[in-house]
Ligand binder design. Structure first.
Ligand code: SAM
Length: 365
């Protein structure tokens, strides 16, 4: 039987993707639950099940490292992590040949046609931190010309079962984006900006919630922007896509947006770049404009076992800034920049999605 989500691949590709998704789900549910019980049954874990109250970033990281040392002595934890690592590697080791087998189909629409409808910047100086094999992806975001279809036909069906990184098993990651944008306090935004739009998944959610708003989005990656153009074009969603470094200069005029949405962005930037990006968002927002950030939950909002799982991505799934972001408090950083009415809260199980909402002072929004 053809699975509509993986139907772009041949039979071998579809079967492999289904197997990886099942393995991911089994690891993240049955095996992980057993590993958690073993962890929490350890006397040494009992005293440190939650983050120390009011701790700064260094103390939070010390708590996570102490908890990790306990977890790593548990066989079930190690088996669960082995399964996670196997799936994460196979998404590329298996997934790239599976997409390659259908190259002719995936290159039917030439890039030139797509590129005409994106503002690419060949002179953009990419920040050093962008040079990373994100999620074990060979060559990073721009390392392979078919990462767009690979995202749709390999990554998406596996991620859609949840259990990957911060998303709990059974989570609906498409619904997450809709839930996040629905937290914005108004319905009448005229212009909305998304930095780090990736393949455009969040732009779909923004458009569904705010169909009358003009959307502008940016990303560092040309390949991701092409994927976003194809996705939004297929769904006839009007959006302006620009290749920009949103942490240095979006190129947008001061005070020209009513709202900003970020999704799964901040854990991919070093702390200083995140602060710079938030300042840039403050600059382009109109007075009274709203911002919502959604990223994996901070360590302080989850228990010790969960914090260890999140921290694992830093060393094992090519997420060099995952732990740095987890130890940060974006709400506090936003208050320092000048945002007001800052609130942060979880929307679902395992504190995911986690949202931080704030407003630029003034009444011009
Ligand atoms: C995990 S993806 C998230 C994509 C998207 N927001 C979504 O909801 O799926 C993060 C994206 O942020 C982009 N990015 C990272 N740093 C950036 C920066 N300084 N300016 C613009 N985009 C950036 C990356 O290229 C990548 O495509």
């Amino acid at each position: 039987m053809r699975n509509s989500q993986t139907s772009g691949l041949d039979q071998h590709g579809r079967a492999g993707v289904a197997m990886l998704g099942a393995m991911q789900k089994f690891a993240s549910s049955h095996v992980r639950n057993a590993a958690r019980r073993a962890y929490e049954g350890t006397p040494e874990a009992q005293a440190t099940l939650t983050a120390p109250e009011g701790a700064d970033r260094l103390r939070i990281m010390a708590w996570v490292q102490q908890s990790r040392a306990i977890a790593e002595r548990q066989p079930l934890y190690r088996i669960e992590r082995f399964m996670q690592a196997y799936v994460a590697q196979s998404i590329y080791e298996f997934g790239i040949p599976a997409v390659e087998a259908r190259r002719a189909q995936f290159t039917a629409e030439p890039d030139a046609f797509v590129d005409d409808r994106i503002e690419l910047d060949p002179d953009l100086v990419l920040p050093d931190y962008h040079d990373c094999d994100w999620h074990l992806r060979p060559g990073g975001w721009d390392g392979y010309d078919l990462y767009g279809p690979h995202g749709v036909h390999v990554v998406k069906p596996i991620f859609a079962l949840g259990g990957f990184a911060a998303a709990p098993v059974g989570a609906n990651i498409g619904q997450h984006r809709l839930d996040v944008v629905a937290q914005l306090p108004r319905r009448d935004y005229a212009r909305i900006y998304e930095p780090g739009c990736g393949n455009g998944s969040t732009l779909i959610a923004i458009h569904r919630r705010f169909p009358g708003a003009e959307l502008v989005a940016s990303d560092l990656s040309a390949e991701q922007l092409r994927a976003a153009r194809r996705l939004t074009g297929t769904l006839s969603i009007p959006v302006t896509l620009r290749q920009r470094d949103a942490a240095t200069d979006t190129g947008e005029a001061d005070a020209t947006f009513d709202a900003v949405v970020t999704f799964a962005l901040h854990h991919e930037l070093p702390h200083a770049a995140n602060v710079a990006l938030l300042k840039e968002m403050f600059r382009i927002l109109k007075p009274g404009g709203d911002i919502i950030l959604s990223d994996p939950p901070p360590f302080r909002a989850v228990d010790a076992f969960h914090a260890v799982l999140l921290d694992w991505d830093t060393d094992n799934r090519a997420e060099p800034f995952f732990s740095e972001a987890g130890a940060s408090d974006w709400g506090a950083e936003m208050e320092r920049i000048g945002f007001v009415d800052v609130t942060a809260r979880p929307l679902g199980p395992d504190s995911y999605p986690w949202v931080t909402i704030a407003r630029k002072p003034g009444d011009g929004g």
